[in-house]
Each structure stands twice: as structure tokens, then as C-alpha cells.
Design a binder for this molecule. Structure first.
Ligand code: HEM
Length: 407
């Protein structure tokens, strides 16, 4: 095996300031696809002193599919520098679907999936289309602006609000809580108190569940909190935590897929021309592969095991780098070519195909499709007006600002 040139910690936020560190990931995939990354004890808020970085597509799939070996319970988020976890915070994390193992996960996922059936998602189409049109129409007079804050931010929040039937008058509050709950390593986002916002949203959602218990309506909240199929439903608390998770899982992920998609199109004018002319259905998944909005999620080994010949011990953390797997040259032809007609496109941007595969994938696809159709219809001449500013995070591949000229 060739001696690695550099030994980065791919959760280090500083190495993402210019985008995904492709050269380093390519080297890891080639030389040591399951690599031990030492971390200073305590610096990441965990008790152990390192983790296994998994960078190849096939290995990320293998870990995602095997929840009997790889547990989500010990917190699926991983960060290079994370504040020490308080008991409240650990309990909160373990109360969300993302961090559950079977059989608890299987049971809750079966209930909440009722809110995300193709029919339920399709029912939102007309409302979200007019939202997307309105977002873009509000910029008809604007010469220049920031595509992230002007366009990409709002639809993902409106989609969750539509899904849950949040009344208009409450949306501002719900949006503010959702946005300030996302705690970053990035200095621009310090100041908001994520815990306080989480409590605000939790209280609101629990009140909503309580009301639907006593006064059922023909909506998804009522379906989730009232016994229906096999007597299974969510408790008021469970519903509250579910909404909390949606506000994180469905918000800036979709925002970043939209921002990365726009950047990809504007950086490759031939692709933007092709998009405007043909609107290929394959475009959305290329935006998600290209941007890989979630860079990494982790698991913890429940027993000793072996991954691609590498022995992994019980209790060790295993991190799946989607931002690497989505550029694996064994799976994708010309992975560094942004190709909106790419097909097949077995990217792992929504996770591997295991039990935790993104519940909101079809909703996200709908939102992205609607916003790009609206932009292509009303702002065909959009161009870049400056460099994209990246988020300082090793977990989320984020674009904070994308200066554009709209017309
Ligand atoms: C899970 C990515 C949009 C709700 C996941 C996972 C990924 C992901 C990678 C897998 C987590 C794991 O394996 O541990 C994305 C991306 C999105 C997106 C890239 C946008 C482009 C959404 C939306 C919603 C949503 C719009 C809902 C409104 C969820 C939920 C889970 C999840 C509830 C947990 C599923 C489970 O643990 O069973 N997402 N997501 N996501 N996502 Fe998404």
C-alpha cells in the first residue's frame, strides 16, 4: 500500500472551505478505504479516541444496510469539534428516528411513513408549485442578490409547514426556530441559542399533537397521532421530537441541494442551457450527488466485525462519507463531470439503501424540481455575480451565500 501523502481528519471543518476535499478522498478510496482517523480524546465530545472513515461507495452501502451490526443509537452526527454533550442533549438526540435502532426504529418508521407516501407528497404539489412561483416572482424587479437567502431558503421550510398543516400565522415563528436550531462551527451562525429554539419548536409541535388528539381533522398530524393501522400511533412527545427532526433534516439539506444545483448549472453554462431546453428528470439527482448536502453520518459497531478486510471492534465509530462515495470512480463514469442527464445515478446523497434511507427524499425531489422549473421559466438569464461562500462545516456541505445577477 502506498504511503498516504496527507492524513486529514475528514470531519475537520477547515478543509471544506473550498468545497469537498476531492483529492484527499480519492487517495483514501484508493489506498485505505476504511481508515482509522485518530482524534484527540474529548475533542469531539466522545469517549473514544478516533473513528473509522469509510470512503468507498460499496462500503458505505454495506454499513448502511446492516443495522444489526452498525447502530445509529450513539448519535449519527459526527463533528470534529463538538461541545460536550449534556444529558438533555443526549436524551433529545436519542428520541429522534434518525438515532433509533430496531425494533423501536422499525415501529416508528412504519407510523411516520404514512405522512410521506407518494400520494401524500403529490398532494403538496400544487401548493408548493405556487410557493416556488411566488418566491421567484418576488425577485422580478431585483437586478442582483444572494440566491441562497432569496431563493433556496424558503421552499424547504414551506414544504414542512404544508406537510404538517402549520397555519400561516405561526409560520414565521416556526421558521425562525428551525433556522436557529442548526448549530454550526461557522462564526456567522453563532449567537442564536439552538437549545432554546429547539424547546420552542418542541412545545409548539406537542401542542399541535394535543389539539389533534382532542379535535381530529383530515390531516397528517391527525393520522400520525391517532391510532389507525394496527393501533400504532405517535405519542404527543414522539410527535414533538419527530417535528424537531424534520426541521433539521428537511431544511438546510434541501436548501443546499438547491444552492449546489444552481452553482453547478451556472458554473457549466452548457448544462444550464440544456436544463432550460429539456428539463430532464435526471437533473435533481445529479444536484444531490454533486452537492452531497450531508457529507457524513456515523454508526457505532454493536459487535466485533470486519469491513472490507479491516477488523472493527465493538464500540468503535464508523463514519460514512457520502461526499466521497458520490464521487467513487468505480461506480460513476467521470464523477467530476456535472451531468444533469446522468443515468443511472446510484448516488448516496440520501443515505445508503438501509433502514434509515431518507424519509423525505421524494419531498426533497419535488421541491428541487419545482424551484428549478420556476427559475428556468422566470430567470433564464441568471448568472454568477461572485464566488460562492462555503459554510465552515465538515458535516454539511453548505453554501452560505451565492451572489447572482438575476436578469
Ligand atoms: C434521513 C439526506 C431531505 C427527512 C436522511 C439520511 C440522509 C438524508 C443522508 C440518512 C441518515 C442515516 O442513514 O443515518 C437528505 C438530503 C436531503 C434530505 C440530502 C435534501 C436534498 C429531507 C427532507 C425531509 C427529510 C425534505 C423531510 C421533510 C429525513 C428523515 C430521516 C432522513 C426523517 C431519518 C430517516 C430514518 O432514520 O429512518 N436524509 N435528506 N430529509 N431524512 Fe433526509
Amino acid at each position: 500500500m502506498a504511503e498516504p501523502r496527507t492524513r486529514i481528519d475528514p470531519t475537520d471543518p477547515d478543509i471544506y472551505l473550498h468545497g469537498i476535499p476531492h483529492a484527499e478522498f480519492a487517495e483514501m478510496r484508493r489506498d485505505e478505504p476504511v481508515r482509522w482517523i485518530p482524534q484527540v480524546r474529548g475533542s469531539a465530545g466522545f469517549d473514544d479516541d478516533g473513528y473509522w472513515a469509510v470512503t468507498r461507495h460499496a462500503d458505505v452501502m454495506a454499513v448502511s444496510r446492516d443495522s444489526d451490526t452498525y447502530s445509529s443509537r450513539e448519535n449519527t452526527a459526527i463533528a470534529r469539534f463538538q461541545p460536550d454533550m449534556t444529558r438533555d442533549r443526549i436524551e433529545m438526540q436519542q428520541a429522534v428516528l434518525l438515532n433509533m435502532d430496531p425494533p423501536q426504529h422499525t415501529k416508528q418508521r412504519a407510523v411516520v411513513s404514512r405522512g410521506f407516501t407518494p400520494r401524500a407528497v403529490n398532494n403538496l404539489r400544487a401548493a408548493l408549485r405556487s410557493r416556488a412561483e411566488r418566491i421567484v416572482a418576488s425577485l422580478s424587479e431585483a437586478e442582483t442578490g444572494d440566491f441562497v437567502t432569496d431563493v433556496a431558503c424558503e421552499l424547504p421550510l414551506q414544504a414542512i409547514a404544508e406537510l404538517l398543516g402549520v397555519p400561516q400565522e405561526d409560520r414565521r415563528n416556526v421558521f425562525e426556530w428551525s433556522n436557529s436550531m442548526i448549530g454550526y462551527d461557522d462564526p456567522e451562525f453563532r449567537g442564536a441559542d439552538p437549545m432554546e429554539s429547539a424547546m420552542g419548536l418542541l412545545g409548539y409541535a406537542m401542542q399541535m399533537a394535543d389539539e389533534r388528539r382532542t379535535c381530529p381533522r383530515d390531516d397528517i398530524v391527525t393520522t400520525l397521532v391517532n391510532a389507525e393501522i394496527d393501533g400504532e400511533h405517535l405519542s404527543v412527545d414522539e410527535f414533538g421530537f419527530f417535528v424537531l427532526m424534520l426541521a433539521v433534516a428537511g431544511n438546510e439539506t434541501t436548501r443546499n441541494a438547491i444552492s449546489h444545483g444552481m452553482l453547478g448549472l451556472l458554473d457549466n453554462p452548457g448544462q444550464w442551457e440544456l436544463y432550460r431546453a429539456t428539463r430532464p428528470r435526471t437533473a435533481v439527482d445529479e444536484f444531490v450527488r454533486w452537492g452531497s448536502p450531508i457529507n457524513v453520518f456515523q454508526r457505532t459497531a454493536l459487535h466485533d466485525t470486519v469491513l472490507s478486510g479491516v477488523p472493527i471492534r465493538k464500540g468503535q465509530r464508523v463514519a460514512m462519507f457520502y461526499g466521497s462515495a458520490n464521487y467513487d470512480e468505480d461506480v460513476f463514469t467521470d464523477p467530476h463531470t456535472f451531468d444533469i442527464t446522468r443515468s443511472p445515478n446510484p448516488h448516496l446523497g440520501f443515505g445508503g439503501s438501509g433502514a434509515h434511507f431518507c424519509l423525505g427524499a421524494n419531498l426533497a425531489r419535488l421541491e428541487i424540481d419545482l424551484i428549478f422549473n420556476a427559475v428556468a421559466d422566470h430567470m433564464p438569464d441568471i448568472t454568477l455575480a461572485g464566488p460562492a461562500q462555503r459554510l465552515r462545516s465538515g458535516w454539511i456541505n453548505g453554501i452560505k451565500h451565492l451572489p447572482v445577477k438575476y436578469h
